[in-house]
Design a protein around this ligand. Structure first.
Ligand code: PEP
Length: 250
């Protein structure tokens, strides 16, 4: 089964307008000059989504948000709706990142509702799951990931509109990366669980990204794994050259 890899950059809460535009344009210029087999995506902070989308239009570089509300509009101060993201030029949205689960108490049910709203707005959802170090040490890795997957997967989700990002919490921003064996074991288990949920044929088409300290020097071995279909990249996505080097490895 050939799945087009997705190399997605999560800028988190980094970058002012000038930095963000320079970074996005740097990636877009490379992409215009050298079409890659993989798909590339940048997810800037909300305030930069529209400007970045405008700056990279026509380059093939996709733009996404890092979260959205489950409602289209209304009395939700400080929130951003998926329809607004779409209107600003986004085509993807990251949901349920471990930092949001920790900082904002996001639950699987909440992530599922947001993902369903994202799909209804015409966005593709990147649903993040992953175990903590304590859960891994307790031998709960596969159970935790399967449970988060089942709880967060949107009704109506399929390979065309939903991507899973497996991000072991202990590897995010720590410089500690999963070994190829650890990553492949979890990715394969996620795909098997998806097969039970949506059928083997559709599950075989779903892209499952690895996230957690992916860098130019470890990307190739992770991206070569049978069930790894790209990366969700934080720190290394803030430098156009590093982000590009990872995409070239995909
Ligand atoms: C992330 O933010 O999703 C992430 C994986 O960060 P980093 O690459 O910095 O570990």
């Amino acid at each position: 089964m050939s799945r087009r890899p997705l190399i997605a950059g999560n800028w988190k809460m980094n970058g002012l307008k000038a930095d963000g535009l320079a970074l996005a344009k740097g990636v877009a210029e490379k992409l215009k000059a050298d079409k890659l087999a993989c798909e590339m995506l940048v997810c800037p902070p909300f305030l930069l989504v529209a400007a970045v989308a405008e700056a990279v239009a026509g380059s093939g570089l996709a733009v996404g948000g890092q979260d959205c509300h489950a409602k289209v509009s209304g009395a939700h101060t400080g929130d951003t709706s998926p329809v607004m993201l779409k209107d600003a030029g986004a085509s993807y949205v990251i949901l349920g990142h471990s930092e949001r689960r920790t900082d904002h108490g996001e639950t699987d049910a909440g992530v599922k509702a947001k993902a369903e709203a994202a799909l209804a707005a015409g966005l593709s959802a990147i649903v993040c799951i992953g175990e903590t170090l304590a859960q891994r040490d307790a031998g709960q890795t596969l159970d935790v990931n399967k449970s988060q997957l089942r709880g967060s997967w949107p009704e109506g989700g399929n390979a065309a509109n939903t991507v899973i990002a497996y991000e072991p919490v202990w590897a995010i921003g720590t410089g500690r990366v999963a070994t190829p064996e650890q990553a492949q074991e979890v990715h394969a288990a996620i795909r098997a669980e998806l097969a039970a949920m949506i059928g083997a044929e559709e599950a075989a088409k779903v892209r499952i990204l690895y996230g957690g300290s992916m860098k130019p020097d470890n990307a190739a071995q992770l991206l070569a794994l049978a069930d790894v279909d790209g990366g969700l990249i934080g720190g290394a996505a803030l430098k156009a050259d590093d982000f590009w080097a990872i995409a070239k490895a995909a």
